[in-house]
Design a protein around this ligand. Structure first.
Ligand code: ARG
Length: 276
């Protein structure tokens, strides 16, 4: 069975908490999330993902409440991880824990210099055929880190400038889909970046997300083949996605939205070959 299944990394929310403010979603939410509800919501996501994939776990660590957002651990491909170098000191304590997990699990480590912040798959998404890497910059990741990604995998990197502080990571507003479509929220990008997206995806392949769904983290979706896991979205967007052949699984992730994250942030794709 196992071989065709993709693998993902998650971190149980036992120590999850909104402890500080490093994005607009966290404002007013410090210590306002429920650990019990967070545990239920995370478990539901974990169960759904396990239907289609192998899910590995990294242990949560004291002092790193945002470690549940494993998408920010690094970017993985072909058994190599480009390890994140977090922009905010609040998250830098996660780095040694993720480094240890990847080392112990047999991944080759590519360090990204502190001077050029890089926040992993949260800011770097491969398109459906894996030939192109879309990389965000502006609010967390520095544009200058993108060349390390290009050097690591010899892949074409297309840089996208983020301008809305609510959509501070690329995976909060941009989601390349397995069928070659892209789902995104255009106002989160500067004008040249919008043009770049339009140059690479034909109009019929662009699913434009409205603000009401964007702020529900609709673009923050985990896509495995035809399955899409995401927070609750509008009936209209759901119908649009189903019309394109996706099976949409909505999971209430309210407790994680309080920290500025949803489904995709809680999950990191691992390259199958390096996983035992
Ligand atoms: N509180 C976390 C932060 O601000 C949330 C991270 C969300 N992760 C993501 N991949 N968008 O860093």
């Amino acid at each position: 069975m196992g071989d065709a299944r993709p693998a993902f990394l998650m971190c149980p929310p036992d120590l999850y908490e909104v402890d500080y403010v490093i994005n607009p979603w966290m404002e007013g939410n410090v210590h306002h999330s429920s650990r019990e509800r967070a545990a239920q919501q995370w478990q539901e996501l974990h169960n759904a993902l396990r239907q289609a994939a192998d899910v590995l776990l990294v242990n949560p660590q004291p002092g790193s409440p945002d470690m549940v957002f494993t998408a920010n651990a690094g970017l993985v491909r072909d058994g190599i991880v480009a390890l994140s170098s977090f922009h905010h000191v609040e998250r830098q304590g996660e780095e040694p824990h993720f480094r240890k997990w990847f080392t112990d699990s047999g991944f080759a480590i590519r360090e990204i210099p502190r001077a050029t912040a890089f926040e992993g798959e949260g800011d770097a998404l491969f398109d459906s055929n894996g030939q192109r890497l879309w990389a965000g910059h502006g609010l967390r990741t520095r544009a200058a880190s993108h060349r390390f990604l290009n050097e690591t995998w010899d892949v074409e990197v297309l840089s996208l400038g983020l301008v809305d502080p609510r959509f501070y990571h690329l995976d909060t507003c941009f989601c390349p889909l397995s069928n070659g479509d892209v789902m995104y929220y255009p106002p989160a990008f500067d004008e040249p970046s919008r043009a770049l997206i339009e140059a690479h995806y034909r109009k019929p392949n662009r699913i434009i997300v409205e603000e009401a769904d964007a702020v529900r983290f609709a673009c923050n979706a985990v896509n495995v083949d035809r399955m899409l896991l995401l927070n609750e979205i509008s009936a209209q967007l759901c119908a649009e996605l189903e019309g394109r052949g996706f099976s949409v699984v909505q999971i209430q992730l309210s407790e994680f939205l309080k920290a500025g994250g949803a489904a995709k942030c809680l999950v990191l794709r691992l390259s199958k070959p390096a996983v035992n």
